[in-house]
Design a protein around this ligand. Structure first.
Ligand code: NAP
Length: 249
């Protein structure tokens, strides 16, 4: 087991993909983990089993991060594992692509709600105790699309760019209480979202990535491990692109 002190972590959207890799890595560091999911209950329970099989502690909690009541209830359930959530990873997110002229109100609202409002609700719920305890780590999972834009993803780009401003503002509000807030901006990472893209589109994207491959969820989890650790105690308000060089190409 790596790491120093055992903490209680909550990772939104950790039944699959990047969130799952983050949850497993935090558990490997010795932290207790709340596995949040919306619809994939079996997958969430499998993540819990993988952690408990290794001697770790985890529970799966269904909650829609867009709903304030669900979020409050999830933070209450987290108390089964420890007195307070000390690490929050706002990872739950979706894409719903459309060119802007054809984008419906619902397509806009749904993406903004899950990616941005969900992070707001969870951060507000987590901060109360973090501020009181004078220790906390919040990591928002953004996207390079929030830094450079992408045609067909105006809703997604707006939500992820919003997360950058959110990260910077909240980090300034809470720094005096020893709570850090950072944003990780992945490029194309091999999860269900990327797997679902047509092959010709994937090939075109690969052609634009200097490192010539998609990233792995574990490569995002590695940065989370750094950001929650003691070595990152002087790091806050930053945006960390992990994208194989895509955003500078
Ligand atoms: P994914 O495999 O599609 O998983 C999405 C996760 O979010 C699932 O666990 C899902 O839960 C959960 N979720 C969705 N809506 C939710 C809601 N309303 N409340 C609670 N949980 C909800 O996605 P991913 O590729 O791992 O992406 C994770 C994050 O990384 C997202 O924020 C995404 O924007 C960001 N990102 C991904 C990439 C990439 O290339 N994959 C690139 C840049 C940024 P259920 O499965 O239980 O419904």
């Amino acid at each position: 087991m790596e790491g120093s002190r055992q903490r209680l972590a909550l990772v939104t959207g950790s039944s699959r993909g990047i969130g799952k890799a983050i949850a497993l890595r935090l558990a490997a560091l010795g932290h207790k983990v709340v596995i949040n999911y919306l619809s994939h209950e079996d997958e969430a329970n499998e993540v819990v089993r993988a952690i408990t099989d290794q001697g770790g502690k985890a529970i799966a909690v269904r909650a829609d991060v867009t709903k304030a009541d669900d979020v409050e209830a999830m933070f209450r359930r987290a108390l089964e594992l420890g007195p307070t959530v000390e690490i929050l990873v706002n990872n739950a997110g979706i894409i719903h692509d459309s060119l802007l002229v054809r984008m419906s109100d619902d397509t806009w609202d749904q993406v903004i709600d899950i990616n941005l409002r969900g992070s707001f609700l969870c951060t507000r719920a987590a901060l109360r105790n973090m501020l009181r305890n004078r220790w906390g780590r919040i990591i928002n999972v953004g996207s390079v699309v929030g830094m450079v834009g992408n045609p067909g993803q105006a809703n997604y780009a707006a939500s992820k760019a919003g997360l950058i401003g959110f990260t910077q503002s909240v980090s300034k509000e809470v720094a005096s209480r020893n709570v850090t807030v950072n944003c990780i901006a992945p490029g194309y990472i091999t999860t269900d979202i990327v797997e679902s893209l047509p092959k010709d589109l994937k090939d075109r994207i690969l052609g634009r990535i200097p490192l010539q491959r998609f990233g792995q969820p574990e490569e995002i989890a590695g940065l989370v491990a750094y950001l929650v650790g003691d070595e990152a105690s002087y790091v806050t308000g930053q945006v960390w692109a992990i994208d194989g060089g895509l955003s500078i190409s």
